[in-house]
Design a protein around this ligand. Structure first.
Ligand code: ZN
Length: 258
């Protein structure tokens, strides 16, 4: 994993105060919100200092609000760090029981694979150090657009990155042969009536089942509503969604035989 850049290495100001975090249920995922642009790896530390200055001088907080920050290049910066309560999550409960990891990206910025890997690494590091397994977008706790649609979907599908394949295949017996099944997530863009479709380049015969994330998990249903369908389309499968969010998208899971 990427090594963590400690406060001393990015030139952090000392915190005015620090409160210990108690039971840690998991990690809340954030973004910076405003477009961060295509900054270089050398510029990242200056951006982190700017965020800390903004939080301390303008917001009046004791320190940078986040537990850790991840640049678009996957660099991991120590914010408040391990064991400290965050100020980023929007409620006392969420700050008291959840770490906060901020992706230094905003509206319209690409979400590079390196950033996904860095965020995964930061979250795995927190888990190894006592955080619970859950990861939630900031918007679960507070009425906010943070962390944006792209990061929110990525969190919802289990934060895949090149080193962390989505789900492991499972083997099930069908008759007297074992069949290897994999799960695939497809994001289906929806029109203004909440309907949409896309092709999946696998024959329909190999698709065992499908469903939408809209009903599972129960939180945050609004982001992936819709009724998924799958049908034969030549040598491919046509995946469609009805009754979804107008101009939104629906994440459809297919279980596919290899
Ligand atoms: Zn946030």
């Amino acid at each position: 994993m990427s090594s963590i850049i400690p406060r001393t290495a990015w030139g952090a100001r000392p915190a005015k105060s620090r409160t210990s975090i108690g039971r840690v249920d998991g990690v809340a995922a954030h973004w910076e919100g405003g477009p961060a642009g295509l900054y270089t790896p050398e510029q990242s530390a200056g951006l982190v200092r700017g965020i800390q200055n903004f939080h301390m001088d303008r917001r009046g907080w004791s320190d940078i609000a986040y537990s850790f920050l991840v640049s678009r290049h996957g660099q991991i910066y120590e914010g408040r760090g391990l064991g400290a309560r965050s100020a980023a999550n929007g409620s006392n409960d969420a700050n008291a029981n959840w770490y906060a990891v901020c992706l230094m990206l905003g509206e319209g910025d690409p979400f590079p694979e390196a950033a996904k890997r860095g965020a995964r690494d930061a979250i795995d590091y927190l888990r190894r150090n006592g955080a619970g397994r859950q990861v939630e977008p900031h918007s679960t706790f507070f009425n906010t657009a943070c962390p944006g649609a792209g990061i929110r979907s990525w969190v919802r599908i289990g934060m895949p990155s090149p080193e962390v394949p989505l789900p492991p295949p499972i083997w099930i017996p069908i008759g007297d042969v074992d069949v290897q099944l994999s799960k695939v997530g497809l994001q289906v863009p929806l029109d203004s009536k909440g309907n949409g479709w896309r092709w999946f380049d696998v024959p329909f015969e190999r698709v065992f089942s499908w469903g939408s994330l809209g009903s599972n998990p129960p939180r945050d249903k609004t982001y992936f509503p819709g009724t998924p369908h799958a049908q034969q389309d030549g040598g491919r499968t046509l995946v469609s969604v009805t009754d979804g969010a107008p101009s939104g998208s629906c994440l459809v899971f297919l279980t596919v035989a290899q």
